[in-house]
Design a protein around this ligand. Sequence first.
Ligand code: ZN
Length: 561
Amino acid sequence: MMSKEEKALNVRSEKFLNDLWQYQPGFAISVGQHDFDHLLVVPSEENLSKENEFFKQSLRDFQSYDVNRLSPSAVTDLGLLLNFIETQIWHFEKFQSHQWDPSVYNVGGSLGHVLEGVEKSEEEKLRAILIKLTQLPAYYKAAKKNVLRPTKPHTELAIKQNKGLSSFFKSIGERAEKSQLTTEEKTLFKERLKEGQQAVSRYVHWLEKVLKNPRLAGGFRDFRIGSERYDEKFELDLQSSYSARQIYHRALQEKREVLKKMVPLAQGLWPKYMGQKKRPKDDMKMIKRVIEKVSEKHATAEEFVSTIRAQIPVLTEFVRAKELISLDEDKPLKVRETPEYQRGFAGASIDAPGPFEKKRETFYNVTPLDGMSKKDQLSYLREYNHYTLQILNIHEAIPGHYLQLVYANRTPSLVKSLFGNGTMIEGWAVYGERVMLEEGYGSGSPELWLMYYKWFLRVVTNTIIDYEIHNKKLSRNKALRYMIDEAFQERAEAEKKWVRATLSQVQLASYYAGFTEIFLFREAQKKRLGKKFDLKDFHEEFLSYGSASIKAIKGLMTETL
Ligand code: ZN
């Protein structure tokens, strides 16, 4: 029986969500809630303050519930809601990225997700966009007004992404032309699209001027957020059992241990790849040379996307054969080239339907390499070679992000599906890599293990870099040294990572923090349950709670014992 308190909480949560969509229609659309497709909120000072007041009122309301009268699952929901709301308030009042990050202003995603919806007809979708387009001039005008002392990397990203919108606008225009819209609507569409494009161009043009003369926006600020903000963000974003400092020190220790495991693997492979050549005395040099040789086995630039496409069924079959976790047959994964307005961050990522649109296809976005120089292509392909590309696919697709998201969308709790915990999500994907190798994926190939450790070392190194950038003023040169000399990365990849590390904070540390917590929890469950422990059951139950924080899932799983 559901308690009165819990019923009241459910009603309040529902109201909260309905209100939230009006303030953040882009969020609604990204999770497949298409009632607000036509809405675009202008980020004016007035609107932003109103939104913040809404969150403060909601926080007071949700804090008034008595957790002792709620079921464990409802306690988790409440925890996720409070965390989401607190994060929103913190972002506006303390972090203030709406001022220093000009790339938060980008209408690409919110327009793109409208078109990807499957429940509406082409004309309904285009009509929603037609209304939305009227807001674009005001949207970008407010954006320009908000930008104050931006960081240089975020300004560069904003320019790049908003420029990418022009080809996207062109394709929307073509779709409208081909549609069943009336002649008047088509004319109107053309006009508004043109005005929208002009608004974007004005914003981009202004940002380009800022890049040359930062004083136009009050000067550039450091992209390093400092220890105080870092600790706060770590706590809000990760909801980990560990502090930022603890994770950082664990990562330093892990780095030493992984390197130690790589030595015998590389020694064993030396004769196969180097023949009679003398082995260097320095182990780091020896490992590096073996990795360089093993990395020569890779796809061509032209075949990069199709190679990834071909690997998905292989992973699926392995997971099925080893009974690691059940797979959902009617949710096929579609590998596609990343739409241009989404490019510029990661090379490959999952774009899955939200909890409101279970029928929409799941995409595996892969950015093709045609935009790169030949030299960069080669460097990138060596980094994502025959072995690491498989680990990437395990991480992104099966049993990593794709599978986890399928399970998250299955959970009856909307709150858990919507306010997913990033550490759980990334931690699961990194854990997925480990479990596949543990279970014999690749038949114990020493090349795959060596490359896996290199890959894992990257996760560990990311944690160290992220922490040191924001807390210890780590320089670009030293960060590149960590990655290239001490983690065997290719230069192109390391340089890309540096850019990413300047654009995000804490996120890069979440992978390792999450992995550690899941791995240790599994080992603890093995010990506790003894012979009753079943890996498939563990995985399925772990994922059945949606993307709740690992801490919360641990609580729920031990509760049911
Ligand atoms: Zn990931």
